[in-house]
Design a protein around this ligand. Structure first.
Ligand SMILES: [Mg+2]
Length: 280
């Protein structure tokens, strides 16, 4: 299998197994999707037969990755952008040094969970800057941030090795289509993966199981044959696990939240560790 060339979605994917249980999986997830649309919580418990099985190297057909803080070193990239933005707009930002501006921005940003249309007015107000300048800074962020995109160590080599093993690869990210697409392009990921699913374009957000199912389908396999790698315990790990996938939590220096169910899968602190979990 390792001798087969990488292949795109439009081409042949190296499937070795039947889709014997796939229709049953699809029926289950269809029901789940309807439940989600009715407004119920999306993190339902799954039936026992779809619970994560123990890691088995021969069960992996596809590896799916989150983007921010998983493939993209977002904090490092954002710091680089903010330093550049500060230099270009310093006269409008109030009485603050570049390092103070960057540090406070990262706090207010909360690892991307707070929209920048909220962060910019707040940080300008804190430092006595021109709050009416927030829209200009936001537009600048959208237009230029991806220029500073930096991958985590080993990203390209790991993805190429997984492709060489015949595995399908995908990215599942929450975010705005144009912004995230620019980062995918900046990291030169479009030539390395089979599918990119961005929440705005898909009309679904992690941890909605329907988005994970769609990603598995895009990689022409079923959730139980996917390994999902991500940094967010809820949106990535518990979301993918609830959809029937194996998981790897890329934790960095973070602790697993004490108020969440326990980590159902592996924990890694370097992307190269994915190779031990995803051998066909
Ligand atoms: Mg992330």
């Amino acid at each position: 299998m390792a001798s087969e060339p990488p292949c795109k979605l439009s081409g042949h994917l190296p499937y070795r197994r039947s889709f014997h249980n796939f229709r049953a999986t699809l029926r289950f997830h269809t029901a789940w999707t309807h439940s989600s649309r009715s407004g119920h919580a999306v993190l339902h418990p799954v039936e026992d037969r779809y619970r994560r099985r123990e890691y088995s190297r021969d069960m992996v057909d596809a590896v799916l990755f989150d983007l921010d803080e998983t493939l993209l070193d977002r904090t490092k990239s954002l710091r680089a952008f903010l330093r550049d933005q500060f230099e270009r707009h310093a006269d409008r930002l109030g009485h603050v040094r570049s390092d103070e501006w960057c540090a406070r921005f990262l706090v207010l940003d909360k690892r991307g969970r707070v929209h920048k249309s909220v962060v910019y007015p707040n940080i300008l107000a804190e430092f006595g800057g021109r709050v009416e300048h927030a829209d200009i800074l936001l537009a600048d962020y959208r237009a230029r941030c991806a220029r500073f995109a930096q991958p985590f160590d080993g990203m390209g080599a790991v993805l190429k090795e997984l492709r060489a093993r015949g595995l399908a690869l995908g990215i599942v990210t929450n975010g705005e289509t144009e912004f995230q697409s620019r980062h995918v392009e900046a990291l030169e990921l479009d030539g390395l993966v089979d599918a990119v699913l961005i929440s705005e374009r898909e009309g679904l957000r992690k941890p909605d199981a329907a988005l994970f199912l769609r990603a598995a389908t895009a990689c022409r396999t079923q959730p139980s044959r996917c390994l999902f790698v991500g940094d967010n315990p809820v949106a990535d790990v518990l979301g993918a696990h609830a959809a029937g996938m194996s998981t790897a939590w890329f934790h960095g220096s973070a602790e697993w939240p004490t108020d969440a169910p326990s980590n159902p899968g592996a924990s890694i602190d370097h992307l190269s560790q994915v190779l031990a979990l995803a051998r066909p």
